[in-house]
Design a protein around this ligand. Structure first.
Ligand code: TRP
Length: 356
């Protein structure tokens, strides 16, 4: 356990001080690297939330095992995800960053909420339908079926005001609110009803080789996806070899020109310039120039990101300290909620409290 490897001088800032509204979100450690699709589409917005909110960000390893994982790979990916969150600007002094499985209260509250969830209610979750469609329902784990209920527990434990997620998670948030309301009604008001904070798809990034399809770890070919921890020169090459459209005009038009439009979206996201501004700059110039310049921009962006992340992965002590701090901050809050829940449900308390 990290506690044995933690520096003794580790201080744990009290995240309840200052009382900014709380936000909470999680990401599954199911890839070796974040890619442009999830980074520019959603994760990048987590960084900005730190200004106005008190964030809790966690690596959802309990959720990851709803489908089979190689243990060694899962552990490695959990640390890689944590390192990337820090590298992209999630500041451990402002945000609690932690690993879900290190807080037993998630699974414990998950069980209580499973007992409040109707079978039919769980069956209506479209993500389960989609994910189980491949191998058939019979081949899916019960964990995959109850995945959204565990997600509700993740959220409700911390009583957050907002949950920043992509549009695909909206239904899970509705379930979370329903379960919170049901518990509050059946027992006593315990949970805050969290508001979804649906991240605007400011940047919808598509596959570089198949620009009408989403850039995605599960469906994109290696050449179609920019992985942030990859060699920057490999990523530059992928940009230069991106599929472009017929014609030669550099114009944002996702229907007629999906390839160029995707490159313009990435360009805009990385340079903080508007697409119109970029279109103007490239008026009368060729695709090759746009790609060459974008490849450079990509290298300038991914190089320092990757260096920071790899440095953290080499200096595991520092990363472990960050996660241990996050664990303690999260545990302090989760344990209090769980104690209330257990008491209200009617569980007999142990004679002596074990503390946090
Ligand atoms: N289901 C989320 C996703 O796949 C990950 C997740 C797990 C999550 N628990 C959460 C997101 C709690 C927000 C809050 O993206």
């Amino acid at each position: 356990m990290p506690s044995t490897t933690t520096s003794p001088e580790l201080t744990v800032p009290d995240v309840t001080v200052g009382a900014k509204p709380r936000v909470l979100s999680g990401i599954q450690p199911t890839a070796d690297s974040f890619h442009f699709g999830n980074y520019l589409g959603a994760l990048r917005q987590w960084v900005d939330l730190q200004r106005e909110y008190q964030p809790f960000f966690f690596i959802a390893d309990l959720h990851a095992i709803t489908v089979e994982q190689d243990p060694k790979v899962l552990r490695e990916r959990t640390l890689r995800a944590a390192a990337q969150l820090v590298a992209m600007g999630i500041d451990p002094a402002r945000s609690a960053i932690f690993v879900q499985s290190q807080i037993p209260a998630h699974a414990q509250l998950g069980w209580v909420l499973q007992c409040l969830t109707g079978f039919g209610e769980a069956r209506r979750m479209t993500q389960f339908k989609d994910k189980s469609a491949k191998g058939g329902e019979g081949a899916s784990s019960v964990g995959l079926f109850t995945y959204p209920v565990l997600q509700a527990a993740d959220i409700l434990l911390y009583r957050p005001h907002y949950v920043p997620v992509g549009e695909d998670q909206r239904q899970h948030l509705e379930l979370t609110r329903d379960l919170a309301q049901r518990f509050n009604h059946r027992y006593k008001k315990t949970f805050r009803l969290p508001e979804p904070y649906i991240l605007k798809a400011t940047a919808k990034i598509t596959d570089l080789q198949e620009p009408t399809a989403k850039m995605s770890k599960s469906s994109s070919s290696p050449a179609g996806i920019v992985e942030l921890l990859d060699d920057p020169q490999v990523n530059a090459k992928k940009i230069r070899s991106a599929v472009t459209d017929s014609g030669s005009e550099i114009r944002f038009d996702p229907d007629e020109k999906p390839g160029i439009s995707n490159l313009l979206t990435i360009y805009s996201a990385l340079s903080d310039r508007t697409v119109t501004d970029i279109e103007e700059e490239y008026a009368g110039r060729g695709y090759g120039e746009l790609k060459g310049d974008l490849a450079e921009l990509v290298v300038d962006f991914v190089t320092p990101f990757r260096d920071r992340a790899l440095e953290l992965l080499e200096d595991q002590q520092h990363l472990m300290d960050i996660l241990e701090t996050g664990r303690r901050q999260a545990a302090a809050i989760a344990e209090v909620t769980l104690r209330d829940v257990f008491q209200r449900v009617g569980f007999a308390a142990p004679a002596r409290s074990t503390g946090l």
